[in-house]
Write a protein that binds this ligand. Structure first.
Ligand code: AMP
Ligand code: MG
Length: 365
């Protein structure tokens, strides 16, 4: 890929409008801009311009059949790109938009095939971030935006993460500081007979259940989901027989979120997790390996590795989410031989999304 000059826009209260205007100009001209949302940084392009959307796939080296989420700033924009919007979608919009919820709806023909990976549905989300909303509004178009990382790498939660992966491959990065949530949106399919969670994320399945009568979990909110659901079943072919259609969410068949360093995840009761981590550290040390630990503060009271990151208390999965991807990147930079992640957190709310990302990062080790 030919090198592009990547402009950095450091946005703040004083220069907000000028920066948004400059970035929106790039989007309108068919370019690519990485920008902060409340979940992770997104890599945006005009969702209705196929040539612009192609640039996202090229910059990320993302497989062409993995569809993108169209980010909108209003309900009107949702209705411009989606058809047959069911009544429950409006209830969900009332409850969770703007916010970390992506809805899968029937698409209108204005949405090009590259954006949807050739599916007849479109994913829509309204981000809860002033920079993202400002950029979409001023660009005057829905913005297709997957996470702004190279495909397969942990999602970026700071502009520095984006720059590390994509400098020279995209037109601009808006630096709006560290994101608030730290894991991606919950993806909810409203085109199946029963609304189905395709990916756990920033909004807990419990919250969605409080709003929609029946919600199915395609394995994701239990923590498997995506690739996880598949590996657990052994073979991608099994996914269809388990009622999770690969065609429904092509992203499911790809590995994601992995640090460069091999990672293992330890799950179980708090006591068993602590015991297993101690045992694993001892074994790695016998082999002369350096161990990086991502832990809860309760576990950290009992074990210690060569590099220790304390992410949260067990009952605070939100803090784990906030620190998750940054910790993976940081431990990669310290050149440890193995990362051990503590899975003893509460699995409700955003905890399900954290465990899902950890299982995928660990390749189910
Ligand atoms: P990312 O933007 O990288 O966080 O990934 C977006 C996720 O949404 C991927 O798992 C996609 O497979 C999923 N997705 C996007 N569009 C659709 C769609 N039309 N139908 C089902 N899943 C989708
Ligand atoms: Mg992604």
């Amino acid at each position: 890929m030919e090198a592009t000059k990547t402009h950095i826009f450091r946005i703040n209260r004083e220069n907000f409008e000028i920066m948004i205007k400059a970035a929106a100009r790039i989007i309108k001209d068919g370019g690519t801009v990485a920008f902060p949302t409340e979940t992770v940084y997104g890599l945006g392009a005009d969702a209705l311009n196929p040539a612009a959307v192609m640039k996202i796939f090229r910059a990320k080296a993302r497989p062409a059949d993995n569809p993108l989420i169209a980010h909108v700033a209003s309900r009107r924009q949702i209705c411009e790109i989606a058809e047959e919007v069911p009544a429950c979608a409006f209830d969900l919009m009332d409850a969770f938009m703007p916010g970390p919820l992506t809805l899968i709806l029937k698409r209108k023909v204005v949405v090009p095939d590259v954006t949807t990976g050739g599916l007849d549905t479109v994913a829509v989300r309204m981000p809860d971030h002033p920079v993202a909303l400002g950029l979409i509004r001023v660009s005057g178009t829905p913005i297709a935006a997957p996470s702004a990382n190279r495909s397969g790498k942990p999602s970026p939660t700071t502009a520095a993460h984006v720059a590390a992966d994509l400098t020279g491959r995209i037109d601009a990065i808006i630096d709006g500081g560290q994101v608030r949530i730290g894991v991606e949106s919950t993806v909810l399919d409203l085109t199946s007979p029963t609304p189905t969670i395709l990916r756990p994320g920033g909004i807990g399945i419990e919250d969605i259940r409080g709003c929609v009568d029946k919600v199915k979990d395609a394995g994701g909110a239990r923590g498997a989901g995506d690739m996880g659901a598949m590996r657990a079943m052994g073979d991608p072919g099994d996914v269809a027989s388990a009622g999770i259609s690969v065609a429904k969410s092509p992203g499911m068949k790809y590995t994601h979120y992995a640090p460069e360093t091999p990672m293992i995840l330890v799950e179980g009761t708090p006591d068993s997790v602590t015991t297993s981590i101690s045992r694993a550290i001892a074994e790695y040390h016998k082999k002369g390996s350096r161990v990086g630990l991502m832990m809860t503060k309760e576990t950290a009271e009992q074990v210690s590795g060569d590099e220790n990151l304390i992410l949260c208390a067990r009952n605070d999965p939100g803090a784990y989410a906030h620190n998750l991807f940054g910790s993976m990147r940081y431990l990669d930079s310290l050149n440890v031989d193995v990362i051990i992640a503590d899975g003893s957190i509460q699995s409700t709310g955003v905890g399900a999304a954290v465990l899902n990302r950890l299982r995928k990062a660990a390749g189910h080790q």
